[in-house]
Every structure is written in structure tokens, then in C-alpha cells.
Design a protein around this ligand. Structure first.
Ligand code: ADP
Ligand code: NI
Length: 216
């Protein structure tokens, strides 16, 4: 037990160091929130806490956008866990959870284990609701994207390749990803939390589009 506590504390410090300089919606506090939410879901769902916490904390250290050269092997996560003396079985469990987390349009996967489901739901919950809205506009500003352009319609049902190559507006990102996440939750706990966040996001979008046309 104590060994796991030390591992999680060290992992949190490692992740915090990596993300300190990131402000694009992928900062340390994103990882912090995913960690706390994944633990909450794991407790309710009866999942194994150490693997959930380690994977949540490391889920973005080999992100495809931030660290493309280590993305496929999850090399930073693997090297870190080895440096902590974790056994190879645990490391491969964590790597599998991380590999299954990410949103890839219609190519997204349902994680094979309950631990993977907890982390994936937690990561997706952080993309919706009030924080999700803030992150989307932060990302859009950071990537010089328009907030909204009524002449560019959203594109639904994109596969992995189209999703990652598309240049679009931030409001379209809601229709292309964020509003789909509620129905992609794979735990009962995640789904319940997603419903409230999704409703808030829809209210926000309605207000935004009404204000756009000067009708409210
Ligand atoms: P994560 O896997 O942690 O959700 P992503 O890299 O997919 O990470 O996205 C980081 C944040 O930026 C999320 O909140 C996401 O909704 C937002 N984001 C990603 N792509 C876009 C986009 N094209 N427009 C606006 N926000 C985006
Ligand atoms: Ni994430």
C-alpha cells in the first residue's frame, strides 16, 4: 500500500514537471483533474486504483501532438515507471490503458478493462462542461482558429485520419467531438456525470448562437 502511495506521489511530481510550461488546454491541471476524476470513478466502479492513478497521471506525457516521437511506444511513461522499479506486467497494463484513452473520431476504441474505462471517461469528462468549453476556446486561440464561422459547417462521423487533419472552428469542434462524448462514456458513473456537463454545454451553445444573430 505504502509502495503504491509513493509511486503515485512520484508520478504526480513527474507529470507536473512535464506540463508546467503547457497552456494550450493540456496543462498540469488537466492531468490533475483527470487523475482525481479517474480515482473517483474507479472507487465507484471497483477498479484497481494504482493502475488507474498511474495511467491517468501519465496519459498525456506521450501525447501525439506534444510528443510525437515517443507517442507510439509511450516511451516517457515506460521509462519513468521502470525508473520507479515497477514490474513489467504493471507497466504493460498502464501502457495499454493509455493507448486506449484517446479520442480518434469513429476509430475510438472501447477500453478492454474497467481500469481503462475509468481513465478514458475521466479524460473525456474534462473535455465537456464548463471546463471543456474553456479548454476548447483556449485551444482554438492557441491554434489561431476562428471561434465561429457560420459559413463553415461541422463535419460529423469523421474517422481518425480526417479528424486529425481537419482545420475547423472552435464552435464546430463541439459538434464534431464534444457533444458526442456523453454517449461514448463506458462507465455508469461517467455517464451520469457527463449528462449534467453535456446539458450545460448545449445551453451555452444555444446562448452563443442566439447572441451571434443578435436575437438575445
Ligand atoms: P485530450 O485527449 O486530453 O482531450 P486533446 O488534445 O484531444 O486532448 O484536446 C485537448 C483539449 O483541446 C480538449 O479540451 C479538446 O476539446 C480541445 N481541442 C482539441 N482539438 C480542438 C479543436 N480543433 N478546437 C477546439 N478545441 C480543441
Ligand atoms: Ni487528456
Amino acid at each position: 500500500m505504502e509502495k503504491n502511495d509513493r509511486l503515485i506521489r512520484n508520478t504526480a511530481e513527474f507529470a507536473e514537471r512535464i506540463f508546467k510550461q503547457e497552456y494550450s488546454g493540456h496543462d498540469w491541471f488537466h492531468t490533475y483533474r483527470v487523475w482525481k476524476m479517474a480515482e473517483r470513478i474507479a472507487l465507484e466502479e471497483g477498479a484497481e486504483l494504482a493502475a488507474v492513478a498511474a495511467a491517468a497521471l501519465l496519459h498525456d506525457v506521450d501525447d501525439r501532438k506534444l510528443s510525437p516521437q515517443t507517442y507510439s511506444a509511450k516511451q516517457k511513461a515506460v521509462d519513468f515507471l521502470r525508473s520507479q522499479g515497477c514490474d513489467e506486467q504493471f507497466i504493460s497494463e498502464v501502457v495499454q490503458i493509455i493507448s486506449e484513452v484517446s479520442f480518434r473520431g469513429t476509430d475510438s476504441v472501447v477500453p478492454a478493462t474497467i481500469e481503462g474505462k475509468c481513465v478514458q471517461d475521466a479524460d473525456r469528462l474534462d473535455a465537456i462542461g464548463a471546463i471543456g468549453i474553456a479548454r476548447a476556446f483556449a485551444y482554438g486561440g492557441n491554434h489561431s482558429r476562428e471561434m465561429h464561422n457560420p459559413d463553415i459547417p461541422p463535419e460529423c462521423n469523421m474517422n481518425e485520419e480526417t479528424y486529425f487533419s481537419r482545420e475547423s472552428t472552435t464552435v464546430n469542434h463541439f459538434y464534431e467531438k464534444l457533444l458526442l462524448l456523453k454517449d461514448m462514456m463506458t462507465t455508469d458513473t461517467g455517464r451520469k456525470i457527463a449528462e449534467q456537463r453535456d446539458a450545460f454545454m448545449r445551453l451555452f451553445l444555444k446562448e452563443f448562437l442566439d447572441e451571434w444573430d443578435g436575437s438575445c
